[in-house]
Design a protein. Sequence first.
Length: 269
Amino acid sequence: FAGYISQVLKNYTDHACDGEYVSLRCPHRTTISIQSSFYGRIVPSHQLCPSRYPHSYATLIKEDVACSVGTSLQKMLDECQDRRSCQFLVNSRLFGTDPCPGTGKYLLVWYKCRPNEYKSKVACEDDKLRLSCKKSMVIAIYSALFGRTQGGSLECPYQNLGMPMIECQSATALQLMIKRCHGKRTCSIYASTYEFGDPCYPGIQKHLNVIYTCDNTPLLLPVDETQPPVLSSSSSSSSSSSSSSMEPVGVGTEMALLSNILAAYAFIT
């Protein structure tokens, strides 16, 4: 269970040079959520993705290290968003007009793995947030935000008291929510600066937004050992385990509870 959740909480990064395949992959029962993407070149080729042109030709062409396209994020969303895995060949034709012909480019992608089924709850500042799962299910926190976003929150309308609408977020909200709620069937926490600190200017109203999923108890949940993509052109081996049934079979309540506690403690540590 700890291994599975740590896979979900990671921020993955992958890259591919022109002429190489980019391959994104997420664990069992999760899908790709693209966070950001870049295609072009902002560092010299001797640092990343060496030029594929002959040396004599490369010396005649001044390498462009301020080269990027604005369509890379949309392309990654089209190709990979909400899929468990995706793979395609990287070249400038995929992204429209080549912004710097003669310069070798590369694709950088940042993504997370989102549970297929998840819930979202919001609590306004100083209100209590309660999370709960059904019997034999436990909470797995996916993301947590305490502060104020540009779009605000429909549940917590922003009252304009002369304060600027500046985005501000706590850097420790996710870690705190994992510590409080991870591996439990129910938990509660106040959306207060006492718990999370104050990441905003004084007087700015904040809210707590938590996305989580309910999963089977650790003893019954298959651990997916899929390795995340690494920053190398060589492919990494991966393996995953799956189960056709998630129902408990002859497991005592005490044993399931003990496994739950040990797995949660191991992950938090």
